[in-house]
Design a protein around this ligand. Structure first.
Ligand code: MG
Length: 279
């Protein structure tokens, strides 16, 4: 490989099911991130979770033993906020969501409200919706009415089910499905498998898709998102996908990962070899 064609590796890494389960670090996650830091491989943690702020995500990762900074985090809430700023500048935004989404909107300079009364009395240009564990009928009603009056409908992430300490809980996508059913309007989906969050990730690192590898446990979200924008994809059998269900996920997602690893140690080794091959 000559100098002109050399590519510098970048990584987009999923969190839940890839680096941890619940509040337990998956073996090798800390070493994988330490290696990326040592080798100066630029990377982002790309997460569909819109409820936590990047600061909270980094703090959580630190608490389970993984080195992380908030500027290494890209949430679907941040990608949604920048999408709204780009396409609906200056429009009033009605939010169904938690702190992560609200802070991302504030950081991007959006004019937003989560006040139901205000949603009825002002001209709402965009409804943005993520997970909201304080969801009420009044919020659904105001959001539906705004969408029916012509507001854009933006969904942070399509995940229907959310692993929780109660087992499986309804995710942001479940609330989105209610709004979709009530309005007949399909949302603009921001989170994985959408290309929108991946383009936000590429933009943040200032790299081309060919330079980046998407690492994750989920064929339907991580692998599909990477494939949509032309990144290389690396599946790891640490979470949703296992050797036993791989074939069925391959069929459902229509995606074949470029690389498949059994654990994070194998990915770490691959990265070391990949980087040394291009030096
Ligand atoms: Mg995952």
């Amino acid at each position: 490989m000559n100098k002109e064609t050399q590519q510098r590796l970048r990584a987009f890494i999923d969190l839940d099911g890839t680096l941890y389960h619940g509040s337990t670090m998956i073996e090798g996650a800390n070493e994988l991130i330490a290696t990326l830091n040592q080798l100066n491989v630029p990377y982002l943690f790309v997460t569909n979770n819109s409820s936590r702020t990047p600061e909270a995500v980094a703090k959580f990762l630190n608490s389970i033993g993984i080195d992380a900074r908030d500027d290494h985090v890209l949430t679907s809430a941040q990608a949604a906020a920048s999408y709204i700023q780009k396409h609906y500048t200056k429009q009033k935004v009605f939010v169904i969501g938690e702190e992560g989404l609200q802070q991302a909107l504030s950081d991007s300079g959006a004019n937003w409200t989560d006040c139901v009364e205000e949603a009825w009395t002002t001209d709402i240009g965009v409804v943005v919706q993520g997970i909201d564990r304080q969801l009420s009928y009044a919020k659904l009603e105001a959001a539906s009415a705004a969408i029916l009056r012509g507001a854009a409908f933006v969904l942070t992430n399509p995940d229907l089910m959310l692993p929780s300490d109660k087992g499986i809980s309804p995710g942001a996508g479940t609330i989105g499905a209610a709004l979709q059913a009530a309005t007949g309007v399909d949302p603009v989906v921001i989170g994985k498998p959408s290309h929108i969050i991946m383009n936000a990730a590429l933009e943040r690192l200032g790299c081309s898709a060919e330079e980046a590898i998407v690492i994750g446990d989920n064929m339907l979200t991580d692998m599909k998102a990477g494939a949509q924008v032309g990144c290389r994809t690396a599946l790891v059998y640490t979470g949703v996908t296992t050797p036993n269900n791989f074939a069925s996920y391959k069929e459902k997602s229509g995606v074949i990962p470029d690389l498949v690893f059994h654990n994070l140690q194998e990915i770490r080794q691959w990265i070391i070899e990949e980087v040394s091959a291009t030096i």
